[in-house]
Design a protein around this ligand. Structure first.
Ligand code: NDP
Length: 495
C-alpha cells in the first residue's frame, strides 16, 4: 500500500539539514496501516551537543534576541501562514504517524496555526514595568530578558500542537531552542522547523534532534541550556526535573491527568453525555485532558452509564485517513499493552465492563474499542491512573462535596468539569477542585489566551496566555539615581 512518498529526514542544526554523526537512522511505521511512513536520523549525545551549541551561539551572539519585537512578530505570523499553506500535508503526516483521525489532525493543524498567531502578538508585548513610587531620588525599571536556550521535549499524542504550545512563546521573547519530538511522531515537528527557517528565523534559532534512547535525557542534563520544557508522563517528568534541578535550570512540565467530569442531578444530560463520550474518545483517549472519569449523581448513575454506552458504541473506529473515523489507531504496541493491562485490572477489581474491553481487528493496525466501566470504586487503578486509551470509568456520588473529594483523590490535577444548572454550586465546586482548568457545562475547549497547566503531579508552570512571557524570560531591575546621591552609610558606623 502506498500512502505517502517515504521521506528521508535528517537533523536540523544551525539552519542546515545534516546527518547524525553516528550515521544511524530509524523508520516510523504507521500504527494503522503497518507501512513505513518516513525515515529519520537517530541522534546521539554528540548531536545533542551540536544542537545546543548552535542554539547557544544563536542566543549569545546572534541577532534573534536583539531584534525588535515587531521583527520577531513578523516571522512568527509568517510561520502561522505557512502552517496554513501546508495544512493538508501536515495533517496527513500527523494522522499517519500518530494514528489519529484525519479530521482531528486537521483541527490540530488549525489550532497550532492559531497558537503561532497569538504568540506573535506577545513578541510586541514582552515589555516590563517602571517605578517612580520608590522615593524622589530613584527611578526603577523592571525588564523582561529572554531566558536563553530552551530544550523542548514533546510527546506523540499532539505533536504539532504541543510543540506550538511552547516554541512560538519561547521565540516571541527572544529565546532559541533545541527540540526533541517523540521518536513515534517526528514528522510534523521537522516540517515545522523547515517552515520556521523559510519564514526568516535566524540560523541556529531552532534546532531539531530526532531519535530515542537517551536523546531526551542528554538534553535535560546538558549544561548548555537554560530551561527544559517537557510534556509527557509524570514518571519521566520527575526525572526531567531531577536532571534539570542539578543544574538549576528552569523547568516547565505538562504531565498526565485523570480528569473527572462531575454530572449533577440537575445537569443538561444530553450535553453532558455528548461531552463525556467525546471526552474519552477524542484522540482515542491518548490525551492528557482525556475525560477518563465521570462522577455521576447516584440517582442517575445507572441510566447515565447506559446512555453513555449507547452513544459510545456508535463512535466509528478505523482507518485514520477515512474522514468518517472518530477513533483511529493506538500509537504503538506498548501503548496498546498499557490499555489492555488497565482493562484487565478493572475487570479483576470487580468493575462492571459495560462496553468494549477488547481490540478491534481490521487486518492491520492497532485499534481499541471504546470501553466503559461502571460500578467503579475510587480506589481502583482504572479510577486513579492515567490509561491513555478510550476507557471510561463511571463512579457514583451522593453529595457535591463528596464528588469534589473523589475528584481530588488522585495524584493528578490537570483539568476537571462540572455539569449543573446551579451556577452557585458550580462555582463552589470549582473553588474546591484542585486542577489547573475547570470547565463548567463545557469540556476540553482551549484558547491561546488562557494559561494551561496542572496542579499536583500534573505539572509545574503554565503554558499559553500572557503568563508564557514570564515562563521564558527572567526579570532584571535597573535603578537610576535621580539627582545627587545621598550617602546613607558611613564606613565604620554600622549601627
Ligand atoms: P514518556 O513520558 O515516557 O516520554 C518519552 C520521552 O521522554 C522521549 O522523548 C524520551 O526521549 C524522553 N525521556 C525519557 N527519559 C528522559 C529523561 N530522563 N530526561 C529527559 N527526557 C527523557 O512518554 P511515553 O511515550 O513513553 O508514554 C508513556 C505514558 O506517558 C503514556 O502511557 C501516557 O500515560 C503518558 N503521556 C502523557 C502525555 C501528556 O500529554 N501529558 C503525552 C504522552 C504520553 P529519550 O528516550 O531519547 O531520552
Amino acid at each position: 500500500m502506498t500512502i505517502i512518498d517515504i521521506a528521508d529526514n535528517r537533523l536540523i542544526l544551525n539552519g542546515q539539514e545534516v546527518d547524525a554523526l553516528g550515521g544511524e537512522s530509524f523508520e516510523r511505521v504507521s500504527p494503522a496501516h503497518d507501512v513505513v511512513v518516513a525515515r529519520y536520523a537517530q541522534a546521539g549525545a554528540e548531536d545533542v551537543d551540536r544542537a545546543v551549541a548552535a542554539a547557544r551561539q544563536a542566543f549569545d551572539d546572534g541577532p534573534w534576541p536583539r531584534r525588535a519585537g515587531v521583527e520577531r512578530f513578523r516571522v512568527l505570523r509568517r510561520v502561522a501562514d505557512l502552517i496554513r499553506r501546508d495544512r493538508d500535508l501536515l495533517a496527513r503526516l500527523e494522522a499517519l504517524e500518530s494514528g489519529k483521525p484525519i479530521s482531528q489532525a486537521l483541527d490540530e493543524v488549525d489550532a497550532a496555526a492559531e497558537l503561532w498567531d497569538y504568540a506573535a502578538t506577545l513578541a510586541r508585548h514582552a515589555y516590563g514595568d517602571a517605578h517612580n513610587d520608590l522615593g524622589a531620588d530613584v527611578l526603577a525599571m523592571v525588564v523582561n530578558e529572554p531566558l536563553g536556550v530552551v530544550s523542548i521535549i514533546t510527546p506523540w499524542n499532539f505533536p504539532l500542537l504541543i510543540v506550538s504550545q511552547k516554541l512560538p512563546f519561547a521565540l516571541a521573547v527572544g529565546c532559541t531552542a533545541v527540540i526533541k519530538p517523540s521518536e513515534l511522531t517526528p514528522g510534523t515537528t521537522l516540517h515545522l522547523a523547515r517552515l520556521i527557517i523559510e519564514a526568516g528565523a535566524d540560523r541556529g534559532v531552532v534546532n531539531v534532534v530526532t531519535g530515542a534512547g537517551g536523546v531526551g535525557s542528554a538534553m535535560a542534563a546538558h549544561p548548555g541550556s537554560d530551561m527544559v520544557s517537557f510534556t509527557g508522563s509524570t514518571a519521566v517528568g520527575r526525572e526531567v526535573a531531577a536532571s534539570a534541578g542539578r543544574l538549576l535550570k528552569r523547568v516547565e512540565l505538562e504531565l498526565g491527568g485523570k480528569n473527572p467530569q462531575i454530572v449533577c442531578a440537575d445537569a443538561d444530560l444530553d450535553a453532558a453525555l455528548d461531552a463525556v463520550v467525546f471526552g474519552v474518545c477524542f484522540n482515542a483517549g491518548e490525551c492528557c485532558n482525556s475525560g477518563s472519569r465521570v462522577l455521576v449523581h447516584r440517582d442517575l448513575a445507572d441510566e447515565f452509564a447506559a446512555q453513555v454506552v449507547e452513544r459510545a458504541r456508535r463512535v466509528p473506529v478505523g482507518d485514520p485517513l477515512d474522514p468518517a473515523t472518530k477513533i483511529g489507531a493506538i500509537v504503538s504496541d506498548e501503548q496498546l499493552s498499557v490499555i489492555e493491562r488497565y482493562v484487565a485490572e478493572g475487570r479483576g477489581d470487580g468493575a462492571d465492563l459495560l462496553l468494549g474491553g477488547d481490540r478491534l481487528t481490521t487486518g492491520a493496525g492497532r485499534f481499541y474499542r471504546p470501553t466503559v466501566f461502571a460500578g467503579v470504586d475510587p480506589g481502583m487503578s482504572i479510577a486513579r491512573e492515567e490509561i491513555f486509551g478510550p476507557v471510561l470509568s463511571v463512579l457514583a456520588f451522593d453529595t457535591l462535596d463528596e464528588a469534589v473529594e473523589i475528584a481530588n483523590s488522585t495524584m493528578y490535577g490537570l483539568s476537571a468539569g462540572i455539569w449543573t444548572s446551579d451556577l452557585n454550586a458550580a462555582l463552589t465546586a470549582s473553588q474546591g477542585l484542585r486542577a489547573g482548568t475547570i470547565w463548567v457545562n463545557r469540556w476540553m475547549d482551549g484558547y491561546p489566551e488562557l494559561p494551561f497547566g496542572g496542579y499536583k503531579a500534573s505539572g509545574e508552570g503554565r503554558e499559553l496566555g500572557r503568563q508564557a512571557i514570564t515562563s521564558f524570560t527572567q526579570t532584571k531591575t535597573i535603578q537610576l539615581q535621580v539627582g545627587a546621591r545621598r550617602t546613607r552609610w558611613v564606613p565604620g558606623d554600622m549601627s
